[in-house]
Write a protein that binds this ligand. Sequence first.
Ligand SMILES: NC(=O)c1ccc[n+]([C@@H]2O[C@H](COP(=O)([O-])OP(=O)(O)OC[C@H]3O[C@@H](n4cnc5c(N)ncnc54)[C@H](OP(=O)(O)O)[C@@H]3O)[C@@H](O)[C@H]2O)c1
Length: 342
Amino acid sequence: MAGSKERGRVVALCGATGAVGEVLLRVLEERAFPVAELRPLASERSAGRSITFRGEDIRVGVARPEAFEGTDFVFFAATGELSRELAPEAARRGAIAIDKSGTWRLHEDVPLVIPEVNGEAVEKHRGIVASPNCTTTPFVMPLEALRRVAGAKSAVVTTLQAVSGAGLPGLEELEAQQSALQTGAPLPRPSTFAAQIANNVVPLCESVRDDGYTTEEAKLLFETRKILSLPALDVTMTCVRVPVPVGHSISALIETERPLSVEAARAALADFPGVELVDDPGSEVFPTPEMAAGSDHVFVGRVRKDQGSDRLWFWAVCDNLRKGAATNAVQIAEELMSRGLR
Ligand SMILES: NC(=O)c1ccc[n+]([C@@H]2O[C@H](COP(=O)([O-])OP(=O)(O)OC[C@H]3O[C@@H](n4cnc5c(N)ncnc54)[C@H](OP(=O)(O)O)[C@@H]3O)[C@@H](O)[C@H]2O)c1
């Protein structure tokens, strides 16, 4: 982690008024990231508003290329379109763009990084580094823990994703529907999600592709393969939206290259940086999204063998706004600094 002796960096944040942007500000504070100057940016809608950073009110500017002059890092936590347009502008001005959107993740010149898994990949950056989708990170970290001891062949995954994964509009949609159900007011029509989310689960995140999978499911497959440098890894999945404010959950069945006992799997998970094993089923101890919310760890439990094969199940949860988004982005900047790349 960055220490207080670090040279101060000039940091811009596109999307400073959003769900991830707000958390990113708190993470920069908590980790004592060496910010010499902060430039919070958003669209025209929020320009002129203030955000608070280290007890100081700072006015939000408009995300435009000129705002990146003289910056060291530009965090993108806005929209994919904005990242497409402006991340190269940040890089052109000598900054390193750290992108939370899906735009650059699979681009061959852009490292896709979870520092605990493939931190060395930042060495190859050409001005843009991407941070994975919020479901990829809590899947890949425990998977990598198992892979390091027994290899990885395939995975069957179901995700249960919090509404804040769709940003502030997702949180607002759940709250508006819950309030209408309580008061008997007409239910607001779903707009962020494909169906009513209050008192419901929705087995469709984002949009459906021609192959029947959703764009969210495709991210899990292709991002996992890229981060682990396993282009043939077989991953199949269903991504589900649930009426939980914060905290994505994942149920995964993993086929390893070599058989792995439950005890050895638990030991590997417990040893992996950033993973916390919470697994005492006899005492009904297991991780939940409520436990993960506000933490930077990926919590893993329910480790057990498939009844008909050597495959292993695990259940993982993480705060989608923190390790799934903001914390990982800040850790990427720390990784770049620790390697003298900024
Ligand atoms: N939520 C998660 O769990 C999560 C996890 C991983 C990755 N991500 C990614 O992180 C990014 C931000 O997501 P979020 O959940 O924080 O969304 P959000 O709550 O909807 O916030 C969006 C932010 O982007 C800004 N913005 C929108 N259009 C803009 C434009 N044209 N120019 C400048 N700023 C603009 C908004 O500013 P205004 O106030 O001006 O509208 C707001 O600050 C997205 O790319 C998302 O895919 C999110």
